[in-house]
Each structure stands twice: as C-alpha cells, then as structure tokens.
Design a protein around this ligand. Sequence first.
Ligand SMILES: *Cc1c(COP(=O)(O)O)cnc(C)c1O
Length: 361
Amino acid sequence: MTRVFNFSAGPATLPEPVLRQAADEMLDWHGSGMSVMEMSHRGKEFIAIHAQAEALLRELMAIPQNYKVLFLQGGAIGQNAFVPMNLLRGRAGADYVNTGEWSKKSIKEAKNHCKVNVAASSEANHFASVPKQDSWNLDPNAAYVHICSNETIGGVEYHWTPDTGNVPLVADMSSNILSQPVEVSRYGLIYCGAQKNIGPAGLTIVIVRDDLIGHALPTTPSVFDYKLQADNDSMVNTPPTFAVYIAGLVFQWLKQHGGLTKMAELNRKKAALLYEYIDNSPFYANPVAREDRSLMNVPFRLRDEKLDAAFLKGAQARGMLQLKGHRSVGGMRASIYNAMPIEGVQALVNYMKEFEVSHAL
Ligand SMILES: *Cc1c(COP(=O)(O)O)cnc(C)c1O
C-alpha cells in the first residue's frame, strides 16, 4: 500500500490512524455486528457515537454551554442561505466582509434573502489582505456581520477576531476550524463543511448561541431550522451518520495529540517552512500580505506559468498530489490542514528547491 502526500483543498487528507481505526471497525463496530453505516440513527449505538462526537468537539473548542452544536447536511454553501433565513430576526439586512471567492458566494446567496451591506472589501487589491477593522462600515442595525475566517482559494486568513459590538459575528470557518483555539464566545455563529479540516464530506457543523435561534423565516425548510434541529439533537432528519462517526474519531485524534494549542503550534511551523522558502526564492511567489496569510491554504506561483505542468508532473512522480491551484486563480496551492504531517511540507519544499535549481535561468 502506498499513501501519498495529498495537498487537496477538500475533501482533504485525513489522519492515518483514524482511517485505520475506521477500517478495523468497518464490519463490526464495537461488537455490534454491524458497520456504523448500517446503524439506525435512533439506535443506542449511534446515539452514543453522536453524543461522543459532540462532547469532544465541545471540549476541544471549549464551547460554552449557551451554544448549540448542530450536525447537519447541506454544506457550507447551504449555510450561506440558512444563516440569513435563521438569523435575520425581523431585521432588514446584514453586513458582509468580502475577502475573496467564498465571501463572494456568501454575499450572492444572502442577497436572495435580505439586504446585504458589504461593510468592507479587499477586492480592489485582488483580495491580497483582510481589510483592517477601522475601515469597516458597519451598520448598527444589521442582523449580523458575516466573515469568511479563511479564504480557501485566495489563502487569506484572519489572525484576529473582529469586534462587532452587540451585532453577532458569523464566521464561515470551513477551512480553518480546529486549526487553532478560537474564543467561541466572540461569535454568534460559526459554521463549516467538514471536508477540509475535520472529516468526510456530507457533515456540516453549526455552532450557534442559543438566544439567536427560534426566529427562522417561515419559509425555512424544517431540517435547516436551527431551533428545530437543536430541540431534536440534530435528528429532525437522518444525520450523515458515517461522517459524524469519522469526525468523532478525528476529534479523539486531536485530543490525543495535544488539542488545538498544539495543533496551532504545528500549523505555524508547517506554514512557516513553506512561506519562508517561497519568500526567499526568486522563482516562487505568494501575493498575500504577510500578516494575513493562511496557515491552511498556501497558494503560490512559479516564475513562469509555462512550467506549471512540469512542476505538477514531477510532484506527482514524488507522491505529492493535488497541488494545482483553484481554476479561478491558477498557479499552485498547497493545503496543509491538521492531518498533513510536517514531513509532507518538508518533502514539498525539498522538491520545490530541486525544481528551482533545475529550471533556473
Ligand atoms: C469548501 C468551502 C465552502 C463550500 O463548502 P461546501 O461544503 O461545498 O458547501 C464554503 N466556504 C469555504 C470557506 C470553503 O472552504
């Protein structure tokens, strides 16, 4: 068996011990005589798996008691609609900060449901930074302020928490959740698709302060009404059972490896290795302002884009896959989530050096 270093932005690499445990338990979970995939979501076995996953996530993120944790389907893009449907609470509009492709998607979807005020945007500088908070034009009557805490495509990340006063802060954390500790109480709502830094696609997590729910628009589908789902332990419909189980194993793995403080330390080390090499090389470039660079997704360009195909081919031959940048920006992108070992990043940097030397002018 050969495992590659998989730099995919998502679905993405998972911790090998988690995959091994899932393989061991595939046919017979803990003597139940069945796979988790085959279990009733209302049976005692799955209810225990679900409760354990939620408890571990609460512990890892230190989620306060007055927050609900929902395990839903529909992806982060689904939440782009369900957030306004649930959180408008009789208000006309919401503030959005535009830092790139994922923010733009959120804004477009929200416009179907409410008035959107783009409070700040870095579009004029090609999304190479996060707009400084003192430039934000916030509406004190907004239902909430929405940010994308890590732009998976552009490689731009908030390394600070915006202060939105009494207006709830909402964050799409799809690609940097669990990469470092966050102060959950500073947010009204956090959402993410699981397939970047948690587990398999199909699971969408919503963490929401309980005073914000219970006011969904009447047109909200019942399975996406946060209050209804909270009151029913996320079982208004069948949750993505296998994805919840794998997420639980990943939470356990994170806990065994020192939790989010330790992850943050490792993630900083991994990212520094890559950015330092890029910055010191005339051959590679990353366009993002240093203080706003993503620790999870590192886009970079080669001196000449005609070399891209050769670079990718050589990487593949060395067992490094999915380095092609998003189709909207081109170039390369290395996603280095929690499950990417530092050896993978080191192997990539070694290869980048080798490629640079053999293609120097
Ligand atoms: C991948 C991603 C999404 C899309 O998630 P889906 O689960 O495909 O809906 C949204 N936002 C961010 C920041 C992402 O990285």
